[in-house]
Design a protein around this ligand. Structure first.
Ligand code: COA
Length: 276
């Protein structure tokens, strides 16, 4: 097939509050080229503040989630342009992963197939991750003579215990979906035919919750990991007080009233009703 147009490297479908965003280079196992990286940033920027989008799911067209960076277009061709080309394409890739890490909406990686190397960047950037049992995960960099860069080494140690991360990085073997679940790379591995249903179910649960609170919570979980206990305590007080101001729906008072006065729900068991 002739080269896919930049605009066609990512597919989007917004339905019932969920933005389904797909890596769309199945013929190249959805590896990330500079074109795809630019288009992905455009797409997620455009979706971020749309009211009808409550959750973003990142998945892949065809047999792969993403086979990592495009060895030809991201590495070889940019290296041929010298340092400027290399840095430029790195920035384009890192930019959309960073945007996703701090995205306004909750993000879910739905890993439907191959997930290698550079794909660990967007995998980590997503708040939650679900995969099919037949997906395969690998830090394949060692197999072709580079170290796991683009954040991939960091992702491994963030998500896995040290020994597992080291083995994973040094051996370049693949993990099955179930092994990835056991290692902590994903929340759950499911039979392929149940993957989309489960992700939809989780997204629907999230859609019922207060959006401002979700954003404050996901940011808090990422930020406090790198803080001392005392700094975290202080940050969380300030983040809650900022949320009190940001949340124009005054969610916490509705939450309290519906429990204490109306007795219509129990916070231990479900969320308050946003529609009241
Ligand atoms: N970079 C560039 N091209 C890639 C690619 C990548 N990361 N991953 C796949 N492709 C291309 C192949 O070169 C091939 O192109 P062609 O049809 O023009 O020959 C096409 O995608 C299909 O790949 P193929 O290897 O035939 O598919 P497969 O299903 O047999 O194997 C993989 C799938 C993912 C196991 C294999 O493609 C692979 O090992 N890719 C590299 C993974 C990797 O190391 N990524 C880390 C980069 S940091």
């Amino acid at each position: 097939m002739s080269q896919r147009a930049e605009a066609d490297t990512v597919a989007v479908d917004v339905k019932d509050g969920i933005a389904w965003v797909k890596f769309n280079r199945p013929e190249k196992r959805n590896c990330m080229s500079p074109k795809l990286n630019r288009q992905m940033l455009r797409v997620i920027n455009e979706l971020e503040f749309r009211d009808e989008v409550g959750v973003l799911v990142l998945t892949g067209e065809g047999a792969a989630w993403s086979a990592g960076m495009d060895l030809k277009e991201y590495f070889r061709e940019t290296e041929a342009q010298g340092l400027k080309g290399v840095r430029h394409s790195q920035r384009e890739a890192y930019a959309w992963w960073e945007r996703l890490r701090w995205y306004q909406k909750v993000t879910i990686a739905m890993v439907n197939g191959w997930c290698f190397g550079g794909a660990y960047g967007p995998l980590f950037a997503c708040d939650l991750a679900f995969c099919s049992e037949d997906a395969q995960f690998g830090l394949s960099e060692i197999n072709w003579g580079i170290l796991p860069g683009g954040g991939a080494s960091k992702v491994a140690v963030e998500l896995m215990p040290m020994r597992k991360a080291m083995y994973h990085a040094l051996l370049g073997e693949t993990l099955t979906g179930k092994q990835a679940e056991a290692a902590g790379l994903v929340n759950e591995a499911l039979p392929a035919e149940r993957l989309e249903g489960r992700v939809t179910e989780v997204a629907q649960k999230l859609l019922k919750k207060n959006r401002e609170t979700l954003k404050a919570t996901k940011d808090a979980v990422r930020h406090v990991r790198e803080m001392t206990y005392d700094n975290a305590e202080d940050y969380l007080i300030r983040a809650q007080e900022a949320l009190n101001w940001h949340d124009r729906s005054d969610g916490r008072h509705h939450g309290m009233n519906q429990f204490l006065d109306d007795k219509t729900y129990k916070p231990g068991l479900s969320e308050y009703d946003k529609s009241k």
